[in-house]
Each structure stands twice: as C-alpha cells, then as structure tokens.
Design a protein around this ligand. Sequence first.
Ligand code: ZN
Ligand code: ZN
Length: 100
Amino acid sequence: MKTKKMLGLAAIVAVIALVVSCSMLSGLGGGNKPCDPDKHQFTKNGSKKYLFDQTHHWETCFKCKAANTSSRAAHSGNPCRVCGYDSRPPSGGGGGYSER
Ligand SMILES: [Zn+2]
Ligand SMILES: [Zn+2]
C-alpha cells in the first residue's frame, strides 16, 4: 500500500522537476545570452531602447539587455525627450494641474 503512494509522489515530483528544467532551458534560449561586444543590437526598427535612473539614461541592447555605456547621458527635459523619464511626482488627483 505504502509503496504505491510513494510511487505516485515520485511521479509528481518528477513531472514538476521536468517542467521546471524545461522552463529554465527555454528561458536561457530566449535571448538572454550576452552578445559578442560588437554584436549588440541597440537599434531596432529605427528606435532605441532606453534604461534610466533618476539622472541619466542609456541605450540598452535589444537582445541581451547590456547597457551601451558610451550612450549614457543626462536627461534632456522633463519629461525627458529621449527616454521619456519624468521626475515630477505623479499627480495623484490634484485638480487643476493639467489646465493651462
Ligand atoms: Zn547585446
Ligand atoms: Zn532621459
């Protein structure tokens, strides 16, 4: 009796392990591999992908998400005309702000 139960449990564990390892494998194959340094794709369909922090933005590789450090620059405008970063506090229902 007991062995049958154990077998069922083992089967479930095996299935879970298989699913997890499969999803991990597909995750690795999904484009997270780092490119060669000269193969980064910083432009796609004429547009660029930016990451940013509070003061700067920089181009990001579409394939491996590596940062193009030479593109790092301070924001230009608020919201930034390049990456769209907006450092203003979100208007939380404060009326009259949008009316000019
Ligand atoms: Zn890359
Ligand atoms: Zn910016």
